[in-house]
Design a binder for this molecule. Structure first.
Ligand code: JB3
Length: 225
């Protein structure tokens, strides 16, 4: 379900999704199956044309003003690829500046514990699990079958790739990327702006702006922070 004004009003609210690639299509699928919103347009960078499942793909963000004027009030940034945190932040700022609301999108098959929290514009994909007391920051991507265990915090704009596991009591800083099937063991803190390689096992705290990989994981590139 996508957290939205009372869906019992009946009419699914119009929403736009920025991006038209694989991540945006995954988000659209989740939104359509959650049924609180209906995606009325996808907005690409200009190279895509046509439509997806009957949803028009518009080119260029210049159309956002017109879409807002036409009464679309909800939007989601459906751009996921690594290293595009700055782009995601820019687009979020643009949407907020135009007055769009950025509700989180939670796939109906995701499991979100009652006392867990999900920030604005975050995405929980298929079979994602967010357990008790966990806190997902704004604009995070918790991708397919990723797990955030009890009492862990994921900083804004961070991205857990498919199957990543953050064990209980962890702290993941903002703008970090946890690769597919990587594991962060209990109570470990990963600083902001870190990259954890796919399949890594992280046993110790990680300084900000560090790239780390391996089993057990070791720093490949350390930031100045
Ligand atoms: O690893 C997984 C499971 N998924 C990856 C996902 C998290 O990230 C996936 O494999 C890709 O690595 C990536 O998916 P994404 O973000 O869909 O990548 P791509 O297929 O390159 O699509 C990027 C989309 O963003 C394209 O439709 C671009 O046109 C669009 N785009 C780029 N810049 C933009 C802008 N759209 C708008 N509206 N504005 C922009 O500035």
């Amino acid at each position: 379900m996508t957290m939205s004004p009372n869906p019992s009003i009946g009419e699914a609210l119009p929403m736009i999704v920025l991006g038209a690639g694989g991540h945006a299509r995954s988000v659209v699928d989740s939104i359509q199956r959650a049924a609180d919103y209906r995606v009325v347009a996808m907005v690409g960078a200009g190279s895509e044309e046509g439509s997806y499942r009957g949803i028009p793909i518009l080119s260029g963000d210049e159309c956002l003003v017109r879409l807002k004027e036409r009464g679309v009030s909800a939007a989601h940034v459906g751009i996921g690829y690594l290293g595009e945190g700055a782009l995601r932040r820019k687009l979020v700022g643009q949407l907020l500046g135009l007055g769009f609301e950025l509700p989180p999108v939670v796939d109906p098959t995701a499991i979100l514990a009652e006392d867990a929290s999900v920030g604005a514009g975050a995405f929980l994909g298929k079979r994602a699990v967010v357990n008790v007391g966990a806190c997902i920051g704004a604009q995070c991507i918790i991708n397919t079958a990723a797990v955030v265990e009890h009492d862990s915090t994921i900083g804004e704009f961070s991205h857990l790739a498919p199957g990543a596991v953050v064990c209980g009591g962890c702290r993941i800083g903002a703008d970090s990327f946890i690769g597919a099937h990587a594991t962060i063991i209990h109570s470990v803190s990963v600083g902001r702006g870190c990259t954890v390689g796919a399949g890594s096992v992280v046993l110790d705290d990680v300084r900000p702006e560090t790239t780390i990989a391996g089993v057990p994981a070791h720093a490949i590139e350390t930031g100045s922070a």
